[in-house]
Design a protein around this ligand. Structure first.
Ligand SMILES: *Cc1c(COP(=O)(O)O)cnc(C)c1O
Length: 343
């Protein structure tokens, strides 16, 4: 039997129809802005996110980091959440590539509020780093795929405007937030100067992300994409997968959310696993693992031997993520396997 791979929504493989779209994509040299497929993708993304312009980049990390580099100076401080991707999973890039330190806020499920931002702002004094950028992640990965409230974002925007800060949205899974809440992407993105979005997560394309912003800022991002080594040539062949995903895989995200909920409800009943079901909003679920099942790593290894892959994200915490390549039958099957492993 094929393993049921719930490690991440990055593990998806392109569908036959997506591969066909990729194989027949028109291409050109994108460093010279001459790739028609990338150009079409960028126009589509700019429109979807309600911005003047967008740029295709190889990864979500590069999307975040070029946006950070384009809006900060070395010595600046970025206000963000202590569980954010830019802090944990981008290899220290804000320090290495932009010379910025991070001011980390805490808060339930990846959220923070305007008061916390206000309290973290640095006085304009030569002793201090300059607070210049706020980064919000939506949905929030380590928070459990949680969706930010638009009111909270609007309040933070007010503080940013009062103090001249920019705002970046790490929207790797923005489309999951939209599927879960019913909001249009622009309901969120209008509060942000820059927005990143990933095509290779729930959307199921093999490669790539984009940054959207004003034409001027995207011009700066373009330069940093080149500097960071992300200027691609006939990239249309992969951008075609991203376009295909935007055209065909957005509406099905709610299936992933339903699957995650079904899995969470079943796992929550099993001895040794505990899940906060209220926190299951999209396609990510975290469960605490009681030590009677071993460590999370030991339990994940037992699950893997039985045919279900999850990831240990802490000593006693595992994560499962639903996606395009996991059907509701697979979820039923995974539930049976996890039940056997907890019994
Ligand atoms: C996956 C992810 C990214 C980008 O990661 P890459 O591996 O560089 O594509 C960025 N932000 C969040 C919240 C993510 O989950």
């Amino acid at each position: 039997m094929q393993p049921i791979d719930l490690r991440s929504d990055t593990v998806t493989k392109p569908t036959p129809a997506m591969r066909e779209a990729m194989a027949s994509a028109e291409v050109g040299d994108d460093v010279f802005a001459g790739d028609p497929t990338i150009n079409r993708l960028q126009e589509t993304v700019a429109e979807l996110l309600g911005k003047e312009a967008a740029i295709y980049v190889p990864s979500g990390s590069m999307a975040n980091q070029t946006a950070i580099r384009a809006q900060t100076q070395p010595g600046d401080e970025i206000i963000t959440h202590e569980d954010n991707h830019i802090f944990h999973y981008e290899a220290g890039a804000p320090a290495a590539l932009s010379g910025c330190s991070l001011r980390l806020l805490s808060g339930h499920r990846g959220f923070f509020n305007a008061d916390a931002v206000r309290a973290a702002l640095r006085p304009k004094d030569s002793h201090f780093p300059q607070s210049s950028l706020i980064v919000i992640e939506n949905t929030h990965n380590r928070g459990g795929g949680t969706c930010w409230s638009i009111d909270a974002i609007a309040d933070i925007r007010k503080v940013a405007d009062e103090h001249g800060l920019k705002m970046h949205l790490d929207g790797a899974r923005l489309m999951n937030a939209c599927a879960a809440t019913g909001h249009k992407p622009t309901a969120y993105t209008k509060y942000f100067d820059t927005v990143s979005i990933c095509f290779s997560k729930g959307l199921g394309a093999p490669v790539g992300s984009a940054v959207a912003s004003t034409t001027e800022t995207i011009g700066r991002v373009h330069r940093f994409r080149k500097m960071f080594g992300g200027g691609m040539r006939q990239g249309g062949i992969i951008a075609a997968g991203a376009l295909y995903a935007l055209e065909n895989h957005v509406d099905r995200l709610s299936d992933d959310h339903a699957n995650a909920k079904t899995l969470a409800v079943a796992l929550a009943e099993m001895p040794g696993l505990s899940i906060d079901l209220d926190g299951i909003e999209t396609n990510i679920l975290y469960s605490d693992v009681d030590s009677k099942l071993g460590t999370a790593a030991e339990f994940a290894s037992k699950l893997k031997d039985a045919g279900v892959w999850m990831i240990a994200t802490g000593p006693q915490r595992i994560r499962a993520v639903t996606h395009l390549n996991v059907s509701s039958d697979d979820i039923d099957c995974a539930i049976d396997i996890v039940r056997k492993c907890t019994g």
